[in-house]
Write a protein that binds this ligand. Structure first.
Ligand SMILES: NC(=O)c1ccc[n+]([C@@H]2O[C@H](COP(=O)([O-])OP(=O)(O)OC[C@H]3O[C@@H](n4cnc5c(N)ncnc54)[C@H](O)[C@@H]3O)[C@@H](O)[C@H]2O)c1
Ligand SMILES: O=C(O)[C@H](O)[C@H](O)COP(=O)(O)O
Length: 397
């Protein structure tokens, strides 16, 4: 069996070598000739899987995309051609949730504002939107969800109309797929009108797809609305984002919101599970075995460190930065995005970010000598503190 896999998809050898020969390819430059002899094709978001790409291939038994988004795949064509396909729904949702939460904490620090007071509108309440909501509610914040599809399906959470979110939320975070058809298409969902309607001093985060926001309109509005703060991980025209817009964005990254080691591993692993199913072979590998341990074995928390209070915001940010320091990506992005191939190179070299769950926090209330400190008036607060940290996703031992 010949397996053609994107050169920047981790853990392919570990998981797929048992099925046959693996050839690594540049997913952005993939040609129909390269694909012609493949039995399995494993892609990322940068490969457009179209009838033209598959034109010379008669033997594919599986196309897999280690992504949540599927806007780069001609799903209808694959279905008509009876080529089994799978993406990796939810694989990097935790990474996106933590990215958005950390970006908000970081922006609050830059602006010297408390984050907790803000109301956050989440547009798209699927896997990634829910992961953001999980972090924010664990931190005690109010969220407004907007998802007309989930609402119509009877999802029991509270939902709001998009206009109400725009009018009322202090922060708007976007988590929709890129769609051009249907009742609620998302291409340029945030157009001139909606962008202009954002509240004074609003923050806008986009970690879904660049084309969900009209980047030209955003640039024009931001040029005369300095109050508007922007976090952009995705851009129209990737891998060539608009330089004038980058200059006005407060936190700018190269489409890596989902790039935790865990998220990447999960993506490849979900495709491995799918191929096992197709070729009727047992799943023998485990996801946990793929991941290296975190570089610090354990963090011991001082019981009085009230990370969940407004006063503890900086300390919480410091803890989050242990897993992922978004400032590094922002800095590198500004240095490299305009260099030829820079956008893709930053993504290729992005390897070391971990999810909160990789950090083991010692949950036993200790005093400075490492002794149990009962009875202690702060133990009750500490337990609340720890359970909020656990809800945020940290690993309490
Ligand atoms: N930046 C990154 O690294 C990164 C990582 C993962 C996913 N993504 C992008 O984020 C998108 C969302 O991911 P997900 O895992 O949450 O997908 P999902 O399918 O779990 O959820 C998307 C939700 O959006 C809702 N939706 C669709 N159109 C809408 C509209 N017009 N208004 C409001 N809600 C609408 C859907 O009903 C669905 O519940 C993906 O399709 C992908 O394009 C980006
Ligand atoms: O849709 C997704 O899952 C994300 O956009 C994903 O993180 C994109 O990463 P890529 O496939 O380009 O490596």
């Amino acid at each position: 069996m010949k397996i053609l896999a994107d050169e920047n998809m981790p853990y392919v050898e570990e998981l797929f070598a048992q099925f046959g020969d693996i050839e690594r390819v540049d997913g952005r430059a993939l040609t129909p000739e390269q694909v012609s002899q493949a039995d399995v094709l494993l892609v990322r978001s940068i490969t457009k899987v179209t009838p033209a790409l598959l034109a010379h291939n008669q033997r594919l038994i599986f196309v897999g995309s280690a992504t949540i988004g599927t806007d780069h795949i001609d799903l209808q064509y694959l279905q008509q051609s009876n080529i089994p396909f799978s993406s990796a729904p939810g694989c990097n949702a935790t990474a996106v949730g933590e990215y958005a939460f950390i970006a908000m904490l970081e922006l609050a620090r830059q602006l010297k504002q408390p984050l907790k007071d803000k109301v956050v509108g989440i547009v798209g309440a699927g896997n990634t939107g829910s992961a953001v909501a999980k972090c924010l509610t664990a931190y005690g914040m109010k969220v407004m969800l907007c998802d007309p599809f989930k609402q119509a399906q009877g999802d029991e959470r509270d939902f709001y109309r998009l206009d109400d979110v725009i009018n009322q939320a202090d922060v708007v975070s976007l988590h929709v797929p890129l769609t051009r058809e249907g009742e609620y298409p998302t291409w340029h969902l945030f157009d001139d009108k909606r962008l202009s309607a954002l509240k004074p001093n609003a923050w806008l985060l986009n970690c879904c797809r660049g084309d969900v926001v009209d980047n030209q309109s955003l640039l024009a509005i931001k040029q005369h609305r300095d109050d508007l703060k922007l976090v952009l991980d995705v851009w129209e025209g990737e891998p060539n984002p608009m330089a004038e817009l980058v200059a006005l964005v407060d936190i700018a990254t190269p489409h890596i919101a989902g790039y935790s080691l865990e998220g990447k591993a999960r993506g490849t692993y979900m495709l491995y599970q799918k191929l096992c199913d197709i070729v009727k072979c047992p799943v023998t590998k485990s996801l946990e075995d793929l991941l290296p341990p975190f570089y610090v074995a354990q963090f011991k928390l001082n019981e009085q460190a009230d990370l969940m209070a407004v006063a503890g915001q900086q300390r919480l940010l410091n803890l989050c930065r242990m897993a992922y320091d978004i400032r590094d990506d922002d800095e590198r992005f500004r240095q490299q995005f305009a260099i030829a191939g820079g956008f893709d190179l930053m993504r290729k070299q992005h390897k070391h970010r971990r999810e909160f769950s990789a950090l083991q926090l010692n949950s036993t209330p200790m005093n400075r000598d490492g002794q149990l400190s009962h009875p202690n008036p702060h133990v009750g607060d500490n337990v609340k503190n720890l359970s909020a940290l656990e809800s945020l996703g940290f690993n309490l031992k």
